[in-house]
Design a protein around this ligand. Structure first.
Ligand code: GLN
Length: 308
């Protein structure tokens, strides 16, 4: 049965569809070759209901939206203190791929920029590279409630062109943030970024975070509640990179974007939101993704500082 949320979702999609600003990511051919006008918006509630509009079954790579989930698994594997000793939780105000560490602490500033994300990948437990990736892939699949797979072509391109990320990995090794072979952590990071998802998957991943770490459809617990709180906190201050301040002011929800055009946002205790539209702004955030979340936040009064 259609209800008011269906109508608002359809309205937001209709308004944002007109917006053709931004450009496709073009650092690898696979991302430059996607249909630029694809657009979908899904909302999943903590009781497992999914509202969808647009093209919610189109697959795209998760890219940087993988970062909070890998950080969560690293926290589960190593504990909060051990991870905090390697990765700070301070917003950097820098682009996602900045080759930087905090000059005082000599740690990556947060797990949402590449330096912190590659460090999170280095902390995933497992006997060998294959087992570490399999644990990550299974974990992402549990959030989505269906088996996710890696896009081989995107992975091959990421690996072929990822010199900057390798530079970050070796910088981390030289500061002993990573103590093993940094190329292994960078390779795991390329693989996690190359996992294919749909907008619907992303909404359920967001809803699992909104539901305190339990998938609202399968009822599987994926992350402990205290770690969910940590992950959402970091998403709030750092999830939209150097546009994080503007995002918090305008949308007011923990969120994460990726250069595949996905945006994920969470209203704790209530809903997960996912948008996919591949044209990006200068920060690497989906133009329509940001606009749709801003519209939705206003229309549904989702801003976490909003008092009714
Ligand atoms: N694979 C990309 C990179 O590390 C992901 C970046 C992103 O989504 N912001 O450069």
């Amino acid at each position: 049965m259609r209800n008011v949320v269906d109508d608002i979702v359809a309205e937001v999609v209709a308004v944002c569809r007109e917006n053709r600003a931004g450009a496709l990511a073009d650092y690898i051919p696979e991302l430059a070759a996607v249909a630029p006008d694809t657009f979908s918006l899904c909302i999943a509630t903590t009781d497992g209901y999914v509202y969808e509009s647009g093209d919610p079954a189109i697959e795209f790579t998760i890219q940087s939206i993988s970062k909070p989930f890998t950080y969560g698994l690293a926290l589960s594997d190593r504990g909060l203190a051990a991870v905090a000793a390697k990765i700070d939780v301070e917003p950097s105000g820098e682009p996602f791929n900045e080759i930087s560490l905090d000059p005082i602490t000599e740690r990556p500033r947060n797990p949402m920029i590449n330096a912190g994300a590659i460090t999170s990948a280095s902390l995933i437990a497992g006997e060998d590279a294959a087992e570490r990736f399999e644990r990550l892939r299974t974990c992402f699949s549990d959030y989505a409630g269906r088996e996710l797979v890696m896009n081989d072509a995107v992975y091959a391109s990421e690996a072929r062109t990822g010199h900057r990320n390798r530079a970050i990995g070796h910088m981390l090794r030289s500061f002993d943030i990573i103590t093993d072979n940094p190329d292994d952590a960078v390779d795991l990071y390329f693989r996690q970024c190359s996992i294919d998802i749909t907008c619907r998957d992303l909404a359920l991943m967001a809803a699992t975070l909104a539901n305190n770490g339990t998938n609202p459809v399968t009822q599987q617990r994926v992350l402990a509640p205290d770690l969910v709180e940590r992950v959402l906190s970091v998403m709030t201050t750092c999830g939209m990179y150097d546009a994080a301040g503007d995002w918090v002011a305008e949308v007011g929800l923990p969120a994460k974007s990726g250069v595949g055009g996905g945006v994920l946002a969470v209203l704790p205790g209530q809903i997960g939101i996912a948008v996919h539209s591949p044209r990006l702004d200068s920060h690497g955030n989906s133009v329509r993704g940001v606009q749709a979340c801003r519209e939705l936040s206003k229309k549904l009064e989702l801003h976490f500082m909003h008092v009714t």
